[in-house]
Design a protein around this ligand. Sequence first.
Ligand SMILES: Cc1ncc(COP(=O)(O)O)c(C=O)c1O
Length: 382
Amino acid sequence: MKIEVANRLKHVEEYYFSKKLREVRELISEGKPIINLGIGSPDMSPPKNVLEAICEASYQENAHGYQSYQGLPELRKAMASFYLKNFNVDVNFNDEVLPLMGSKEGILHISMAFLNEGDAVLIPNPGYPTYASVTNLVQASPVFYDLREENNWEPDFEAIEKLDLSKVKLMWINYPHMPTGAAGSDDLFKKLISFAKKHQILLVNDNPYSFVLNQKPKSILQFEGAKEVAIELNSLSKTFNIAGWRVGMVLGNAEVLKSILQVKSNMDSGMYFGIQKGAIAALNLPDSWNIEMNSVYEKRRQLVWNICDKLGCLYDRKSTGMFVWAKVPKGKNENEISDYLLYKHDVFITPGTVFGSNGEGYIRFSLCVKEEKIEEVLKRIS
Ligand SMILES: Cc1ncc(COP(=O)(O)O)c(C=O)c1O
């Protein structure tokens, strides 16, 4: 039987990491001692009290039924307090915050809520590949805007104004930026808000890396006028080492969130009670948690910088996040270096073009690998 796939799949490929990790697993099964510096899945555990919270909640009588589509009020309150404490952003826990089962899923919910076939979406190049693939899935059209090193990986508004913006309804931004680690300046956020106002575009800041090696965590919602045009996605995946639990949130304008809930409530039947209880415990952790995590990431980053030095790659010591984004030496390209590391040294890293054409000439290293392993990589390439 041959059933033709839906048209929406015609412009979407299987996710790069879904394919590439299959190859990496095959290499491992052949006995290759692969070290995976490719993906940003935190390798450390969440703290004990967070694990205890999920375990204890699992024994409660009401734990295993369907849950509210909007999450427990207690979870929404914890998310709102987290934003107030960390970003000085005041959101109403009733209708200005919506828990999500991962922020990646939120990208689809938002796109389904606001995009029709033929609408256009501004997407950063380089950027998280899901923005473009989800745009294609809902049969809207990606309009890529360039981010370049000489501009601190911030958009060039003059260049964007020259694009055809007539059909643009939504713009994805992601500061601190993945993969480059650019923090995003206050001035940038202000310009983005007035740009979105001028063109009546829904601005979405995807903000999962705010607490990783970042001196000054920011939210777009702390800037004047943001709630009129912008919403923000955040995630507990990287901040609390619970990527597999799938907990994220979207915050901002109540009307916008209502439309997202309209989609979401038709797609899932609530987040597992125990996960919600664990998430509340995580959101209430003291600042010492981030300090502890960042001291580990800092040591790892120094070692990855040493690898870059050995490979002749350049990097920015002021960048943020759980990756090192490095420029390959003149005369080499990103695929040559990543293939060389994978097939010669059993080290998996990500070529920059996975994130768009402006990733040409760059490679990305994840910091989600123990120091001993990173030292082993250094030994292998020396
Ligand atoms: C920029 C960006 N946004 C969103 C996500 C997804 O995070 P979550 O685990 O909350 O779905 C990632 C994960 O790699 C990411 O890099």
